[in-house]
Design a protein around this ligand. Structure first.
Ligand SMILES: Nc1ncnc2c1ncn2[C@@H]1O[C@H](COP(=O)(O)OP(=O)(O)OP(=O)(O)O)[C@@H](O)[C@H]1O
Length: 725
């Protein structure tokens, strides 16, 4: 706090005059108020004008409402309240103790040797120390100095005191020697083991007394890294060098007080936690986007520094957690479901990853959809795999997996998936589209089943874990993974319809037990329809490069609120912001299940499904609908259904005729799809004249010219001929 004397620019008298003028009834000048007034006045020719009343500037008084609004700190530490964390802590404590015991037990002979070697030095120290004490040699120098200064009185006083001391110390030593002598005789007469025990005791005692100050008896069993404490000074210094003008100015004006710590800096898991109110006008996001500079200011590795915003408190509240160890350097925890035997109930929270403090983060998969995004190579597929593996371990959950890039990230899941396709080709994209169409129909079927159920069985009109287990109803959890979905949504022919369907499913399926897990590496409006991104309940965003991608995945205003996946660095593989799983956004490093481990999990999952009789579709070797060779035969089929005598035809007439020709391939074909399907051949639909077969009336409607199709076929055949040649 600045003392009034520190500030030679402030005119106390003027302030007092102003205060008394403004408030004639006030006789006492509130110095705090006057000081604060300096920052809240406008300076004009007549001097500072106070705008806040003294009452408003007084520090708030103690009130019951204030106490009510206070935040209660937990009675027990978090690790005592969570069974999993308690188990972890106990496991660590037992492990630590066993390791230390084993380490020292192995070195017992070495410690004994050290004691023996040090015992003579210890014995000499014991005897010489005893003699010094007995003859009061400490005071000798003092006594000599008084004799040199010829201070007779003092010398006499000190000598008398020394004689008195030596007399009673002599008695003590004589007594101790007598007891030792008796003890020695008793030991000489005692059995051999007792003599050895006393000898060992004496050697231990002398060995310990003979220990050099810099060489402890025991070696170090566990090397504990020394981590500098996080103090308010360090935090303020680091914030001051971020180059944020709001912070720099506030610190220049108010010093340390510019940064308010709303709670003491405490240990929180394996690191320190500071709750900070930034100066007015500075948001947590401003600090978060300079995470690397903050780490440099704190002189810690980047992977230790995790600033988070708390927009629910206010945009300027910053929660700074500084770990003892770099998150990327700490070994990842194994996925908890690896150890659990038997089946997993998907109605239970799915362990997804750990936060920087090492706590396990879970989320509920039913009643939500998961959207995952990042730039390539930061762990989208790995993150998609975690909930899918959990779903696989529930034998009553049905899995559909589509990998539209064909990199094989979801391959292990093939053995349990009722629908599976992987590839970057059109067929895979079309399989995905067909699956979405079926999914839409499945949603309609489920909605009808739920509608028909009595209220007592289905009170909230949604699939419950109990209903999901009733095989007859067919309301089991249906989890659909769409990895690298940008390839499908941006597909020239299938993209639009797939996007529309996905949006409908995301909106409808939540209550019907249909769950979409969508991963994309290109979160832009073309590759990720806004209807899909806006309606996903749970979002996970790994490293992205800009605000638009960030907000596409994490939701509008996420970036503004300081939830910025742009802060993740190159090393932060598998680390992202998880939004929607809890009240606040969480930084999570996903569990990483590598290929061979995933295979093992899937073998277990397949065995569970075989036992439960729920292995179906692709996994059970049943043929699933594959895309008809529509694209290859479309042009020829059009020429078949449009005779040469009919130069122009409406699109609606064409879709009807195609459906009649080949219902399997064209039953669902809409006019929009037809337009999209013709686009790759350079054929566009336009207004063409035709006659309505039912009314017989002529009109201009959207359609095609037969000649364009015939030209495209000729061109295709010519190219095929060239290729064959
Ligand atoms: N949780 C994690 N912990 C540690 N490393 C991880 C984690 N998740 C992913 N990785 C690492 O990141 C690499 C890339 O992961 P993944 O293939 O899932 O990324 P991706 O974003 O799907 O990539 P692409 O877009 O190229 O398909 C993995 O090979 C692995 O080494």
């Amino acid at each position: 706090m600045t003392s009034p004397q520190d500030d030679d620019r402030f005119d106390w008298r003027a302030a007092e005059r102003d205060l008394t003028n403004d408030a004639p009834d006030t006789n006492v000048v509130d110095l705090d108020a006057a000081r604060a007034a300096r920052t809240t006045t406008d300076f004009d020719d007549d001097g500072p004008m106070l705008v806040d009343s003294p009452a408003a500037q007084r520090t708030p008084r103690f009130t019951l409402d204030g106490v009510r609004a206070g935040q209660r700190r937990p009675i027990l530490p978090a690790w005592l309240c969570s069974r999993a964390e308690l188990r972890d802590t106990m496991r660590w404590a037992v492990g630590h103790l066993s390791h230390t015991t084993a380490y020292h037990s192995v070195r017992l002979p070495k410690y004994a040797g050290r004691l023996v070697l040090r015992a003579p030095a210890g014995a000499i120290r014991l005897v010489s120390g005893g003699a010094r004490w007995l003859f009061d040699w400490e005071g000798e120098q003092m006594r000599q100095s008084t004799s040199q200064t010829r201070d007779g009185d003092l010398y006499l006083k000190l000598s008398k005191q020394r004689d008195r001391r030596v007399r009673w110390r002599g008695i003590v030593v004589t007594f101790t020697l007598a007891v030792t002598l008796v003890g020695g005789v008793a030991v000489a007469l005692a059995p051999e083991w007792a003599r050895w025990a006393v000898l060992a005791l004496l050697v231990t005692l002398c060995g310990m007394l003979g220990q050099p100050a810099d060489k402890p008896l025991l070696d170090t069993a566990v090397v504990i890294p020394r981590v500098a404490r996080l103090t308010s000074d360090v935090v303020v210094r680091a914030l001051a060098v971020l180059g944020i003008s709001g912070i720099s100015q506030a610190i220049a004006k108010q010093g340390q007080r510019a940064i308010a710590f709303t709670a003491p800096i405490t240990r929180d898991g394996p690191g320190w936690r500071a709750d900070i109110d930034l100066p007015p006008g500075v948001t947590a996001g401003d600090v978060i986007e300079r995470r690397d500079r903050l780490a440099a200011g704190l002189t810690r590795p980047l992977g230790c520094v995790w600033p988070e915003g708390q927009p629910e408190v206010h945009p300027g509240r910053l929660l700074l957690w500084v770990g003892d160890q770099d998150m990327a350097a700490t070994p990842p925890k194994p996925w908890p479901l690896l150890k659990a035997a038997g089946a997993f109930d998907l109605g239970r929270p799915v362990p997804f990853g750990t936060d920087p403090r090492g706590r396990v983060i879970t989320f509920d998969l039913p009643y939500t959809n998961l959207l995952i995004g990042s730039i390539p190579g930061y762990g989208k597929t790995a993150a998609t795999q975690v909930p899918m593996l959990a779903a696989a371990l529930d034998p009553y959950a049905e899995l559909w997996c589509f990998d539209f890039k064909g990199t094989g990230g979801l391959d292990p899941l093939e053995k349990v998936s009722a629908r599976y396709a992987s590839g970057q080709d059109d067929d895979t994209a079309e399989s995905g589209l067909m699956a979405l169409r079926e999914l839409r129909k499945e949603c309609q079927r489920r909605a009808a089943v739920i509608k028909g159920l009595p209220k007592a069985v289905c009170p909230d009109n949604k699939v419950t874990p109990e209903l999901a287990r009733r095989k007859k109803l067919g309301l089991h959890w249906l989890v659909v993974a769409l990895d690298e979905v940008q390839e499908l949504f941006s597909h020239a022919e299938f993209g639009k319809e797939a996007g529309d369907l996905a949006e409908k499913i995301i909106k409808l399926g939540r209550a019907l037990g249909v769950i979409l897990v969508v991963a994309t590496q290109r979160p832009d409006a073309k590759s990720l329809p806004t209807g899909v991104s806006a309606n996903a309940g749970t979002r996970f965003c790994l490293r992205v490069m800009g605000q638009i991608e960030n907000d596409m995945i994490l939701g509008t205003s996420a970036y503004k609120n300081g939830i910025r996946a742009t802060m993740f660095a190159k090393k932060d593989k598998g680390v992202g912001y998880l939004v929607g799983a809890a009240d606040d956004a969480q930084i999570v490093r996903t569990f990483y299940v590598d290929g061979p481990t995933a295979e093992k999990v899937i073998d277990r999952a397949r065995a569970l499904r075989e036992a439960a009789g729920t292995l179906t579709g692709h996994a059970a070797g049943q043929a699933t609908p594959t895309p008809a060779a529509r694209r290859d035969t479309l042009l020829d089929d059009i020429l078949t259904v449009v005779p040469a005598t009919e130069p122009k035809v409406w699109a609606e007439t064409l879709t009807e005729r195609l459906a009649e020709l080949n219902a399997d391939a064209y039953a669902d074909l809409t006019r929009d799809q037809l337009t999209a399907a013709l686009k790759p051949y350079g054929i566009t639909t336009g207004q063409v004249w035709g006659t309505d077969p039912t009314t017989g009336k002529g009109a201009n409607r959207r359609g095609i010219e037969r000649q364009h199709i015939a030209d495209a076929v000729a061109e295709r055949n010519r190219r095929r001929g060239d290729k064959a040649a």
